[in-house]
Ligand binder design. Structure first.
Ligand SMILES: *[C@@H]1O[C@H](CO)[C@@H](O)[C@H](O)[C@H]1NC(C)=O
Ligand SMILES: *[C@@H]1O[C@H](CO)[C@@H](O)[C@H](O)[C@H]1NC(C)=O
Ligand SMILES: *[C@@H]1O[C@H](CO)[C@@H](O)[C@H](O)[C@H]1NC(C)=O
Ligand SMILES: *[C@@H]1O[C@H](CO)[C@@H](O)[C@H](O)[C@H]1NC(C)=O
Ligand SMILES: *[C@@H]1O[C@H](CO)[C@@H](O)[C@H](O)[C@H]1NC(C)=O
Length: 664
């Protein structure tokens, strides 16, 4: 889900050292507690040879608690870089670049909630320089020093990790269960797999992975992340700020001029000429798939980001992976000519011009050649979830989401498994000896957890598990299982868990909320999972990896730690996905229980600010499952950026191309 984009989210950090106020949440620039900013900031890691931009900013707050120098920024600042304690050199001479011209702008931010209520922003004038498209090749520690206001300094320590020139895996398939936690995996297992006297009779595919690790998901400047900057951390080895991808966020107004970092698909195409693809059940311009190629501080620039995916970064010289070999998902609004597409263009035609086969439904996807670059856009917005596609297909007909732009429902929809297996066939052919990188995302685990629709989230988690199982079979058939690193992880979690069961019959018949709550069975009254008990005469035909009964009398009682006012009944809503809260009293930013959602349930008062309509992400670490070459490197507990370094190392992407550093 897109976090509320407000001034607060894109502004910055007030350093405790600069004033008595230790405002943690309202930030002038999250990575820059002083008045001199180095981007990439302190404590960043790099792959040898990975391309990036550098930006320096000197801030002169005009008013507010940090007011300085009459609001006039120092334009005579200097910056140096020194490796392993050796002689510092100026940035321009070190990277053999000419000195860039000074850029200037003004921005404003709120120092706290009182300033926000009073609408008294603090105004900051900025002087800045950007050095574009550089790389560091020699492993080691680098110290970058910015000197400004005659005597002030800001330093950043950067670590270039060891070289990794040998390619150990030909292919990498990276599955992302968006928002998926260990608690959700546990619940999905309970729904789909039978126990006898406490012992599971079958397991999830994820349960059979040889290596399990644990990643920490924090953003660079907030401990709760969103899917944009967490995807960036996974794909580039560089953390970023909420809403940003493939860049370190600067304070300038332009959403596309922030200093960039090279992503894994840019590296794997530049270094090995591999094929690459993205598959998602979200709209394809959504953060997790688009972050493979996106360089912006604003994830909601959907149209321009689809253009970046096809044509590369505009306005700056940058590595261009030349468009995906496969690109499958929803999100027709960025392709149909009109306001949602870049410059209003027909992006189906833009892809076709570059040699893509375009497929708009499952039948044509399955029939398309395995040789050509393929774009598959199967609906507007996100793909309807697994439960609608497989259990309640009649609900699909209620939508107006035809990908051609017709006012009709998209009903011939592929699932994550169809898309992923087709992607592997195409990538295997197109990558040839150079192999491929595929990202496959189960997006609606997250989207349905946001709306507290636990059944629909878990249905999509089981679809992911089923897809992973089928992928292993497919790789075996193609004879490439041993050459392929498979990683399954998440970008962040939600505070979800199951705490018992609910007797939907008792809950529905009880007349008041306190009595309804007595329908919840805790401890010994939780019983055993009823989702695995067959109902006479009912068969969904969805196979061994899914529940045989989605609508038992005794259902799981579950919840999130972060939610708006809503009503819980726990039984599945057969009419379609939930909307737990709606705006009340005329203000679109003030949410209450949706009177139409779970009318037979009881009210659960919210824990979130009243302007939040949905649940939000939580702090939890998330699991990492690995299998194949380099699997052993994925055990243990580490940062989300380490996933990138582990994959990049396994693909031999840390190259000593230019021993002394240089530009391109
Ligand atoms: C800073 O100045 C601007 C006008 O330039 C004003 O709108 C704002 O309220 C001032 N902020 C503070 C904190 O005084
Ligand atoms: C590139 O520059 C042009 C001309 O200045 C501008 O109109 C366009 O918005 C820029 N595109 C991006 C993606 O920044
Ligand atoms: C699927 O796409 C093909 C090719 O564009 C088209 O001919 C066919 O009518 C479509 N089928 C459905 C059910 O929309
Ligand atoms: C609890 O939720 C109800 C329904 O949305 C709302 O009317 C009430 O104000 C909430 N109570 C609190 C303390 O927020
Ligand atoms: C290495 O750096 C030099 C000078 O900085 C540059 O001219 C050259 O093109 C670089 N070589 C490669 C392969 O990038």
């Amino acid at each position: 889900m897109l976090p509320t984009l407000n001034l607060v989210a894109i502004t910055a950090y007030l350093a405790a050292s600069l004033s008595g106020v230790s405002a943690q949440t309202f930030q002038r620039l999250g990575t820059c507690p002083t008045l001199g900013c180095v981007l990439p900031p302190d404590q960043q890691d790099f792959l040898p040879g990975q391309q990036f931009d550098i930006r320096f900013e000197v801030h002169a707050p005009k008013n507010g608690s940090e007011a300085f120098n009459g609001g006039v920024p120092d334009e005579t600042f200097t910056a140096t870089i020194a490796k392993d304690g050796k002689n510092p050199k100026s940035i321009a001479s070190y990277f053999k670049l000419s000195e860039p011209t000074i850029e200037k702008w003004t921005f404003s931010w709120y120092e706290d909630l009182f300033a926000q209520d009073a609408k008294t922003p603090s105004v900051v004038n900025v002087a800045s320089k950007a050095y574009r498209r550089v790389a560091l090749y020699d492993p080691g520690t680098y110290v970058v020093t910015l000197k400004y206001y005659s005597g002030k300094t800001t330093t950043a320590t950067w670590v270039v990790r060891p070289l990794a020139t040998r390619k150990k895996a030909k292919n990498v398939i990276f599955f992302i269960g968006d928002g998926m936690t260990t608690n959700m995996i546990t619940a999905a297992r309970l729904l789909a797999h039978k126990t006898v006297n406490g012992k599971y009779q079958s397991l999830l595919q994820l349960d059979k992975f040889p290596v399990l690790g644990h990643q920490m998901t924090h953003s660079i400047d907030s401990f709760i992340t969103d899917s944009a900057n967490s995807a960036s951390a996974l794909y580039s080895g560089h953390k970023s700020t909420v809403n940003a991808m493939g860049v370190y966020v600067d304070s300038s107004p332009d959403a596309f001029d922030d200093p960039k970092v090279e992503t894994i698909v840019e590296l794997v195409t530049r270094i090995w000429g591999s094929a690459w693809g993205a598959v998602t059940t979200a709209f394809i311009a959504d953060a997790t798939p688009i972050a493979l190629t996106a360089h912006t501080r604003s994830r909601s620039q959907y149209g321009p980001l689809i253009d970046q995916a096809l044509n590369g970064v505009r306005n700056y010289s940058w590595t261009n992976p030349g468009g995906p070999d496969v690109y499958f998902g929803g999100g027709a609004e960025q392709f149909i000519p009109g306001s949602g597409s870049y410059q209003g263009k027909d992006f189906y035609a833009e892809f076709a011009k570059k040699g893509y086969k375009v497929s708009l439904n499952k039948t044509s996807l399955l029939a398309t050649s395995n040789k050509e670059k393929t774009l598959g856009i199967f609906c507007r917005s996100n793909l309807p979830v697994w439960i609608e596609r497989n259990i309640f297909p009649a609900n699909l007909a209620k939508l107006t989401n035809d990908p051609s732009g017709a006012q009709a429902a998209a009903t011939d929809l592929p699932g994550l498994k169809d898309m992923t297996l087709k992607a592997i066939d195409i990538l295997h052919n197109r990558g040839g000896r150079q192999g491929f990188f595929l990202m496959s995302e189960a997006a609606s685990i997250d989207k349905q957890m946001h709306t507290l629709d636990y059944d629909r989230a878990l249905g999509d988690l089981l679809e992911l598990d089923d897809t992973v199982q089928a992928t292993i079979q497919k790789l075996k058939q193609l004879g490439i299982l041993d050459d392929t690193l498979i990683v399954v992880s998440a970008d962040h979690g939600h505070g979800f868990d199951v705490f018992g069961n609910a007797d939907t019959k008792y809950l529905g018949e009880a007349q008041d909320d306190r009595k309804k709550r007595n329908a919840i069975g805790v401890y010994q009254n939780s019983g055993i999972s009823q989702y695995t008990v067959e109902q006479p005469g009912v068969s969904y035909g969805t196979g061994a990896n899914f529940p045989v009964n989605w609508d038992p009398r005794y259902v799981i009682a579950a919840g999130l730690g972060a939610n708006p006012d809503h009503r819980e009944y726990y039984g599945i809503d057969k009419s379609g996905p939930r909307t737990p809260a709606t705006a009340g009293g005329g203000s679109s930013e003030d949410y209450y229980v949706n009177p139409k959602d779970n009318p037979a349930g009881f009210v659960v008062n919210g824990t979130l600010p009243t302007n939040q309509a949905q649940g939000v992400h939580s702090l939890t670490d998330v699991p990492v499952f690995a299998m194949g070459p380099c699997q052993e490197t994925f055990g243990g507990t580490y940062s989300n950026i380490d996933i990138f370094y582990k994959m990049a190392e396994c693909l031999g992407l840390g190259q000593p191309t230019n021993k002394t550093g240089g530009h391109f």
